[in-house]
Design a protein around this ligand. Structure first.
Ligand code: HEC
Length: 108
């Protein structure tokens, strides 16, 4: 039989594991600054035309109802619009997607 303390400990461990799974947007922002700013506006609040007019600012991408972590993951798994030189790992894709999703006005 588990003691109350053990149950409490297990509950705490599970809760912190669940929190750790949510990807932190910080690293994604740094990746975006490195790889995406040559064409996109990537910062919160930036909605004007970026360095490449055809490339939508991430703030606007985040506002589109179709933008989700999963949709971004799929999109970024292939290169787009002359972005073939950027080879992203699965983890980098997740981090970038988490950053873009974090720009949405309401959490998704
Ligand atoms: C060489 C220029 C260029 C670079 C570099 C670039 N993009 Fe793009 N991106 C575009 C253009 C142009 C579009 C719009 C046309 C399209 O979707 O192909 C676009 C569209 C997008 C979209 C919109 C998808 C949608 O649903 O409309 C996302 C998200 C995106 N880029 C993410 C990124 C990320 C993340 C990076 C950095 C890893 C990046 N892009 C780097 C040019 C670029």
């Amino acid at each position: 039989m588990f003691s109350r303390f053990t149950l409490c400990l297990i509950a705490t461990l599970c809760a912190s594991a669940a929190m750790a799974q949510q990807t932190d947007p910080g690293p994604g922002r740094r990746l975006a600054e490195r790889f995406c700013t040559s064409c996109h506006e990537i910062r919160p609040g930036e909605t004007g035309a970026g360095p490449m007019a055809a490339a939508p600012p991430f703030q606007l991408v985040a506002r589109m109802p179709s933008t989700t972590q999963l949709a971004l993951h799929v999109f970024l798994s292939t290169s787009h619009a002359g972005m073939p030189n950027i080879l992203l790992t699965e983890q980098e894709i997740d981090e970038l997607a988490a950053y873009i999703v974090s720009l949405a006005p309401t959490p998704k």
